[in-house]
Design a protein around this ligand. Structure first.
Ligand code: GAP
Length: 544
């Protein structure tokens, strides 16, 4: 059964060392996350698979790693200083600060023509604060999403040391176009790929790692002759879609969405979003835009840009003249892709029906939790939170034991944990879950944080331990991420590795000492076969 809520993914990610809330020892920092020991492996594998596919497997691509801090003029001429902003309004009554365009769309049922139309509606008291309902909103103001910092030892109080943390990696590629052209002797069409951090002071971050203020992008700028841009754009849309599918993402959870004329950025001729069906609904995974010649022209010396030192252009041997290439930009998020692969791989199922009386006891506990939430004073727990918890608890209670995975997904819910009886619900659910459910991350082996786990049948038998440790060492040297574990019974160790997506588990038993073979167990089929120790490396590498 796939995850029905993002909470199930968040819970697994925290429990098994994929993602932790950042700086949690000081209460955290809203919507910032740290990738734990397994998360960093998964995300690195996603980035490596992307790099391999768009740089190494092609003949028309180069890589780049540009600085995060760049001359402020980059952001002036890219248009970010003037336009990379969201319109915000303040509620004078409750001090909420919602996005004015979101308020307009939610209450008028259509997009506003411009900020002027939003402000006219605010002035006419046609728009209400989404939090308290008051019609006392301030006119919308632009809120720039770029984080500012100061370069140099002294904050002079003026703008002389002002710099920005880059809000996208793309501009680092545009301003290096000439360098790459000169040093790599490229002919059009060719592209440049880059992976790196980007920062945006998002007004409404959320949905776990989906929208954060610090994130990683995997961006390509692909330069083509004008006139060849439309075919190249379509080829990239197809190639990028196929990349997710080749790495195991289910095609039915992936769709291409053509941006409407109103949505298109001012520089874009066409843009197609690749969307994934996350538990919270279809949402953008990657945008693939035709940016025309906008960026290279914007950073070239001209009457509009007297600060640029030269022109970013290409000498076309066929036409014997300089041209400004068009740019196709497949722009993906490493964090979003990682989250999507996690969601897609998640599979939790009831493997054994619990005894009826235990299910009945758990159902009673869940219903008593729902009653406690319902009785809570709205001053202590806001009504929308109460409604969410009561609805979830009643739905889960009605569907037990089948809804046990869903209940386990709620275990870490911060609001549920404010209710005393939740501890009992959680304890009982975890006990039943331990005995009756199986969680498997069906990740493509190329993405799994761990490829092979090796166990000795008995940890107090030195010959088994020594053989198992030797296999671990050899497989790791052969380039397969391998771990050794002897901290539980074999069945429990299999379950732990299933939960983090390890495709292969090896058990060293007494037969291994006689015939130098081990058991290799496959995560997906749960089938086991005996393989000679000396053949393990080749056999497993062939499967990965
Ligand atoms: N250079 C074009 C560009 O930056 P974008 O649509 O703003 O386009 C590209 O961002 C991708 O970066 C998105 O599709 C998403 O995967 C990722 N991304 C953007 N903002 C993000 C955020 N706040 N948190 C996580 N990922 C984000």
């Amino acid at each position: 059964m796939p995850a029905s809520s993002l909470e199930q993914i968040v819970s697994l990610a925290k429990r098994r060392g994929f993602v932790f809330p950042s700086s949690a020892v000081y209460g955290g920092l809203g919507s910032t996350w740290d990738y734990g020991p397994l998360g960093v492996e998964l995300k690195n594998n996603v980035k490596r698979a992307w790099w391999r596919s768009v740089v190494y497997d092609r003949d028309d691509m180069e890589g780049l790693d540009a600085a995060i801090l760049m001359n402020r003029l980059v952001w002036k001429y890219s248009g970010h200083e003037a336009t990379f902003s969201d319109p915000m309004t303040d509620c004078r009554s409750c001090k909420a600060r919602p996005r004015a365009d979101h308020v307009f769309v939610a209450q008028k049922g259509r997009d506003p023509v411009n900020v002027g139309e939003i402000n006219a509606a605010i002035e006419a008291k046609e728009l209400k604060c989404p939090k308290c309902g008051a019609t006392d909103l301030t006119p919308a103001r632009p809120f720039n999403l770029m984080f500012k910092t100061t370069v140099g030892p002294v904050d002079t109080g003026d703008d002389s040391g002002l710099a920005y943390l880059r809000p996208e990696t793309a501009q680092g590629i545009f301003v290096n176009f000439g360098n790459i052209l000169d040093t790599m002797r490229r002919k059009l069409p060719f592209g440049v790929a880059q992976i790196g951090k980007a920062f945006r002071n998002e007004i409404t971050p959320g949905n776990f790692t989906f929208r954060t203020r610090e994130f990683e992008q995997m961006e390509i700028e692909y330069f083509v002759k004008p006139g060849e841009d439309e075919a190249a754009h379509q080829a990239w849309i197809d190639a990028r879609t196929q990349w997710y599918v080749d790495l195991g993402m289910r095609r039915e959870n992936l769709r291409q969405r053509e941006q409407t004329k109103d949505e298109l950025a001012h520089y874009a001729k066409r843009c197609v979003d690749l969307e994934y069906r996350f538990p919270m609904g279809w949402s953008e995974l990657e945008g693939i835009a035709n940016r025309t010649d906008y960026d290279l022209k914007a950073h070239s010396r001209s009457p509009e840009n007297p600060d640029a030192v030269g022109e970013l252009r290409y000498f076309d041997q066929e036409q014997k003249k300089h041209i400004v290439p068009y740019v196709i930009e497949p722009s993906a998020g490493a964090d979003r892709a990682t989250l999507a692969f996690l969601c897609d791989a998640y599979d939790e199922s009831l493997v054994k029906e619990p005894p009826a009386e235990e299910t009945a006891k758990l159902r009673e506990l869940v219903l008593s939790f729902a009653k406690s939430v319902d009785k809570r004073d709205p001053k202590q727990m806001e009504t929308p939170v109460k409604e969410r918890l009561v609805a979830a608890a009643e739905k889960i209670a009605a569907a037990l034991p089948g809804s046990l995975p869903e209940l386990l997904g709620l275990a870490d819910d911060a609001d549920a944990n404010r209710i005393e009886v939740w501890k009992k619900v959680r304890g009982a659910a975890e006990k039943l879950g331990e005995e009756h459910t199986r969680t498997v991350l069906r990740l493509n082996p190329k993405l799994s944080p761990i490829t092979v786990a090796v166990f000795p049948l008995k940890k107090n038998e030195p010959r088994l331990v020594e053989t198992a440790r030797g296999i671990k060492r050899d497989l790791q040297r052969a380039g397969l991420r391998t771990v050794y574990d002897d901290t539980g019974a074999i069945g429990k160790l299999y379950r732990r590795q299933d939960e983090v997506g390890t495709p292969f588990c090896i058990t060293v038993d007494f037969q291994s000492l006689d015939d130098q073979t081990v058991t290799v167990r496959d995560r997906d089929t749960m089938g086991q076969e005996r393989v000679g120790i000396t053949e393990l490396g080749a056999a497993l590498r062939a499967k990965v």
